[in-house]
Design a protein around this ligand. Structure first.
Ligand code: DGL
Length: 269
């Protein structure tokens, strides 16, 4: 039996990473969990985010994954080290890959980071960027309005444009040429973000780099999937499966099968 790669997020955001894993590693089977009943994680405390992340990892472990991908910046910032200390299989987060991509691209040395309140408050991107380049100028902004729009499937509307413009329009006054989408939900809004920021600002999603890191780790461990069988991915969510399925199919451009969650999600609030 092929061991899957388990990918988790607070909702549909991690699908941006899953799509890139499917593109770069088409033989790999994916088990995806979106905690849509408890999204957004951004306004929650670090303790609560760590607890939710542990609960999902404990659920996913029953599928005997060869790797866990925390495809959520908020959960990566709060819980990556915690999860790594609890299990023996590789655990990949999304913050370092995004920071690496930004440092590789910026010419002005001014890098913007947008993310949830919890991610921005953690300072995790700033730290990761400074470890890679001591003289980078980092401009960070929390955008609490973005995740709820994406979870509703509202990617392009006047409401979306107005929310994006009022949240990040002022960032155009900085000499930034690179903007990290420090939340895996934000690539869903990339067209609108680009419209607001202008053509000269390159948008970085950690999806590409994260998929490359997954590839490197699996190669090193001799764990890459072999054979020609097309993998049958499995998708779980803790909230409304119809809404999740409709957003996932739009984003992935293919039909997906939802698997019911045999787990009463604790502490929905
Ligand atoms: N996709 C999550 C992230 O990357 C969104 C967090 C949230 O639920 O607020 O941070």
């Amino acid at each position: 039996m092929q061991q899957p790669i388990a990918i988790l997020d607070s909702g549909v955001g991690g699908l941006t990473v899953a799509k890139e894993v499917m593109r770069q590693l088409p033989r790999e089977k994916i088990i995806y969990f979106g905690d849509t009943a408890r999204t957004p994680y951004g306004p929650r405390s670090s303790e609560e985010i760590v607890r939710f992340t542990r609960e999902i990892v404990d659920y996913l472990i029953q599928f005997n994954p060869k790797m866990i991908v925390i495809a959520c910046n908020t959960a990566t910032a709060a819980g990556l080290d915690d999860i790594r200390s609890r299990i023996t299989i590789p655990v990949v987060g999304v913050i370092n890959p995004g920071a690496r991509a930004a440092i590789g691209l910026t010419v002005t040395g001014c890098v913007g980071v947008i993310g949830t309140e919890a991610t921005i408050k953690s300072g995790a991107y700033e730290q990761a960027l400074r470890e890679l380049s001591t003289n980078v100028q980092v401009v960070s902004e929390a955008c609490p309005g973005f995740v709820p729009l994406v979870e509703k499937g509202n990617f392009r509307s006047t409401e979306t444009y107005d929310t994006v413009r009022s949240s990040i329009g002022h960032l155009r006054h900085f000499p930034m040429d690179t903007l990290i989408l420090g939340c895996t939900h934000y690539p869903f809004l990339a067209d609108t973000i680009s419209e607001v920021m202008g053509q000269s600002v390159k948008l970085i999603s950690s999806a590409d780099e994260t998929a490359r890191e997954i590839n490197t780790i699996l190669q090193e461990k001799n764990k890459l999937a072999r054979g020609d069988k097309v993998p049958l991915h499995q998708f779980f969510c803790s909230g409304n499966p119809l809404l999740f399925k409709s957003i996932a199919q739009q984003w992935l451009g293919e039909h997906i099968q939802m698997t019911p969650v045999v787990w009463q999600v604790p502490n929905i609030s």
